[in-house]
Write a protein that binds this ligand. Structure first.
Ligand code: F6R
Length: 245
């Protein structure tokens, strides 16, 4: 629990930087699972600063993003490819071939094979060392909406109405928000060696309480994180306000 999201984001970025450097010193890659949305933006800004000012290199980093709207062209304003370039990839020395964001242009009949391949690529890199997450008001992690079980894998899902409402301003109206998305599964996320979930602001307080203190249920997919041995929930005061002291 931090006083504000700025301080919290700097601490998370420092932790990620330490992991990248430790792996580099061992001549190993560092596999990061990355999220989009408003929660991680300051972490990315701080990582960019560490790259520019403190020589943090991303040469040994391999990244896998959690999700992407479907369908979605990579150069669209709302695409997560574009988001990641804008906040991180274009400002650091990560190798383009090491970056993976689910492809919102895959033809529907190839989606199943594409999702299997996304999982295979994660495994081929040795699995995810650290997975960064936000949480949606529906209790989603990635785009694993209510109903997503602990064995779910990378797949095409239907977005919850609440999620589409929350995305409406980015798309200039809810009617423009895609109805579907590609997302890593809850099972995929649970296999990461370490999980860091970020939540800021009073709008997240209720779902944070359910995630941390509620029963484990697919009604709130984030509750499955209670079963993960190495989860860090990083909150500002407002997001933690409803937790039992
Ligand atoms: C984004 C993602 C989502 C968001 C969540 C919170 O890649 O997987 O689960 O993390 O919807 O979004 P923000 O951070 O915008 O409140």
């Amino acid at each position: 629990l931090y006083a504000d999201s700025e301080e919290a984001s700097a601490a998370v970025a420092a932790e990620i930087a330490a992991l990248i450097r430790t792996r580099a010193a061992e001549n190993e890659t560092c596999v990061l699972g990355l999220a989009t949305g408003s929660s991680p933006t300051r972490v990315y800004e701080e990582l960019v600063r560490l790259h520019r000012e403190e020589g943090l290199s991303f040469q040994n980093v391999v990244s896998f993003n959690l999700d992407e709207y479907f369908p979605m062209a990579p150069d669209s304003l709302q695409s997560y490819v574009r988001f990641m370039r804008e906040y991180l990839f274009d400002h650091v020395d990560i190798r383009p071939e090491n970056v993976h964001v689910p492809d919102g242009t895959v033809p529907p009949e190839q989606v199943a094979a594409y999702c299997l391949d996304y999982e295979a690529q994660i495994r081929a890199e040795g699995g995810i060392d650290l997975q960064l997450l936000g949480i949606g008001r529906t209790g989603h992690i990635g785009f694993n909406e209510p109903g997503s079980g602990p064995a779910s894998r990378t797949r095409l899902i239907t977005l919850d109405h609440v999620t589409r409402t929350d995305a409406a301003s980015d798309f200039y109206g809810e009617e423009n928000v895609p109805r579907r998305a590609l997302t890593m599964g809850v099972g995929t996320i649970l296999e990461a060696r370490k999980v860091v979930l970020l939540a800021w602001g009073e709008g997240k307080a209720a779902v944070v309480k359910r995630m941390v203190e509620g029963d484990v249920t697919d009604t709130v997919p984030a509750t499955y994180l209670q079963r993960h041995p190495a989860v860090q929930v990083v909150l500002d005061e407002a997001a933690g306000a409803e937790l039992t002291p």
